[in-house]
Design a protein around this ligand. Sequence first.
Ligand SMILES: [Zn+2]
Length: 268
Amino acid sequence: MAQDQTELLYLNDAARRECTTTVLACHPVSQLAEEDRSLAKSVAPDSFALITRETVFYPQGGGQPSDTGVIRLAGDNADSTFAVLLVRKTLEGAVLHLGEFRALPFADGRLVSQSVDCARRDYHSRLHTAGHVIGLAMRLLAPVLGERKKVKANHAPGQACMEFEGLLYNEHKAVIEEKVNELVGLKLPVTTEWWDESRIQGADLNMVEGLQLGRNGQARIALIGDLDANPCGGTHVEHTGLTGFITIRKISRQKGVSKVSYEVPVVI
Ligand SMILES: [Zn+2]
């Protein structure tokens, strides 16, 4: 692995919410290179960017918002905390934890403990899995609604939607919601695997979130039982039953593409 890449612990263990790791760099946002500074536009200009060797924090991407949480100096007093407000990944693969120190910034080489806001992560994971469930439901409904190629996904609270080619109307809401929640009721396992290129090319995948190759050149694939496989870098709940009831809020259309907006309970 390149030196400037952060190891993404959530990729292989989305249930993990804490880790102890080492500070590699800690700079005021104002001192970041321009392309990295542009990732920090929405945080206060006097914020800091903290880079660690590994991270349990999910960086914004793939239609899923970033985690928030806290990073503390390991074994130190509680005042030495860094509030993580936004997490972004640079083009080189370093994860920037953007936020504010309660006391002094951490020195390079210090051991720190990371802890993710679990309620927020759980909600984001439910929304993300629900998006995949809707994609699967649309494939299963092809005999009724026709083949609908997925073109876009957004798993953010309040804006969550899946977009499909072709025209769908509000009259289709009930049939989609029924199929989606049938899949929720089945409590199908949601797992991730690393596939090499030859296996990806032989499979029938919906490429909506783009193919992200990890270390070793393999792609991370999220599976719903043995019914659905999608390239995906996001976090998921362990089975479809954990999304809670998926509400299809509305269906809208623009330029031949239909947007199926959805929501899951904030807490289940
Ligand atoms: Zn995904």
